[in-house]
Design a protein around this ligand. Structure first.
Ligand code: UDP
Length: 406
């Protein structure tokens, strides 16, 4: 198949760990690479956000196309909506020039708007993955949520007009159903994990005697780092390593990192907490392998790749029971689930796990087994390719009707 991936803010070429570059970038990059490996022709459309980039970059068997829409400079994703019309128009012209895709797969709601606009103009069916929902973000962030005003209305409408919605977990399916998107329009396919990169064997970052709790992610408040630091005060002897955030050189001046350091000092655990700053994805497995447990403790999480990555390295996961984490982590088997924003409950579970070698080793083994059995990219991309084929087929069946109406 000829496939157009649309990922307006999340380029598969971006360095991960900063404020706006995380799971979606990793997801799009890995999915595109695996689909290309399975013989599909994949072009990923992402907004051009710097002056000096070539229009098209070939990487891992697929092409990244930099779409000129808005200024050629970095913009927060919440400021991109006004540029989606230009994005759609340019992409439609590119489809005319380079060949119509069989299916367009939009990632994030704004990509969906561009996808539907171009898709309608060019008779291309559109598959939608949200990656995150405005309604959940608003519920947790309230006034701090800087999403465009009508995000939730757009998301609801998209769910009704695209040709198929891919949900990544049961919680997302529930949320969308509650918003009025019919369940029969959805297919559940979780994200995958790169099993070649994330594996138990290989180098590990050196460590000392203290039990190591690791957390990995973008350094934003909703990831729950403050709760983790508070919990650490109740887990004697253990150390906490926080991977992610701005590049190491900019870490000392980062306001949020400073607040977290101050909190660690206030809780009397500053000597047991360290921050690495952003780590290149190729080096992240070394950190997982060095850990006794991965703690993923967000307030909410649309999917959450880091628990899967740790599981694929054979590391048990203590996670908050939110969003996608309730699907990936099997409570008491591949790790433990705890309520969100509850440092005491988190500390109790961490203490139990760190004190119990048998529990840790058996959960690590079960985690590895689950990651390999369910979440490998060849399996997940193959399932998505089946969805694309079914969607293209159903769309072709309606060609006569669409032509008659036109
Ligand atoms: N990551 C990375 N370097 C860092 C921090 C994070 O490569 O310093 C990667 C991490 O391995 C994972 C992604 O960024 O692949 C984070 O994805 P997740 O779904 O956990 O969270 P999101 O960023 O989407 O909220």
């Amino acid at each position: 198949m000829r496939l157009a991936m649309i990922s307006e803010h999340a380029s598969p070429l971006a360095a991960l760990g900063g404020v706006d570059a995380g799971g979606q970038n990793a997801h799009v990059a890995a999915l595109a690479a695996e689909l290309a490996r399975q013989g599909h022709d994949v072009r990923v459309y992402t907004r051009r956000d710097e002056e000096d980039v070539p229009e098209t970059v070939a990487v891992r068997g697929f092409e990244v196309v930099h779409v000129p829409a808005g200024p050629p400079s970095a913009l927060p994703k919440d400021d991109l909506l006004p540029h989606m019309g230009a994005f759609a128009e340019w992409m439609a012209a590119d489809w005319h020039a380079s060949g119509m895709p069989d299916v367009a797969h939009a990632h994030f709601w704004m990509s969906g708007l561009a996808g539907v606009t171009a898709g309608r103009a060019c008779d291309v069916p559109v598959v939608q993955t949200y990656h995150a929902l405005g309604t959940v973000k608003r519920r947790h962030q309230g006034a701090a949520d800087s999403s465009p005003e009508h995000r939730t209305a757009y998301e609801r409408q998209l769910g009704r007009v695209v040709d198929r919605v891919i949900v990544q977990c049961r919680d997302e399916e529930r949320e969308l159903t509650g918003m009025g998107v019919p369940r029969e329009r959805m297919t559940l396919v979780p994200s995958g994990v790169d099993l070649d990169l994330f594996r138990p064997d290989g180098p590990a970052v050196p460590r000392g005697e203290r039990p190591r709790i690791l957390t990995v992610g973008r350094m934003v408040e909703r990831k729950g780092y403050a709760e983790l630091i508070r919990a650490l005060a109740l887990v004697p002897d253990a150390e906490l390593v926080v991977v992610g955030g701005p590049p190491p050189g900019r870490l000392p001046d980062d306001p949020y990192a400073r607040r977290l350091r101050a909190l660690a000092a206030e809780c009397g655990v500053a000597h047991r907490v360290s921050f690495t700053g952003a780590v290149p994805v190729a080096d992240v497995p070394r950190w997982y392998r060095s850990a006794d447990v991965l703690a993923a403790t967000p307030w909410y999480e649309p999917f959450g790749l880091t628990p899967l990555e740790a599981m694929a390295c054979g590391v048990p996961v203590v996670a908050t029971a939110v969003g996608g984490l309730t699907d990936t982590v099997v409570d008491g088997v591949t790790g433990d689930l705890v309520p969100p924003r509850d440092p005491r409950a988190l500390a109790a579970v961490l203490r139990r796990l760190l004190a119990d070698d048998v529990r840790r080793v058996s959960q690590g083994a079960a985690a590895l087994d689950r990651a390999r059995r369910v979440y490998g990219w060849p399996t997940i991309a193959g399932r998505l390719a089946d969805v694309y084929a079914e969607t293209a087929h159903a769309f072709a069946d309606t060609t006569d009707v669409r032509e008659a109406v036109a």
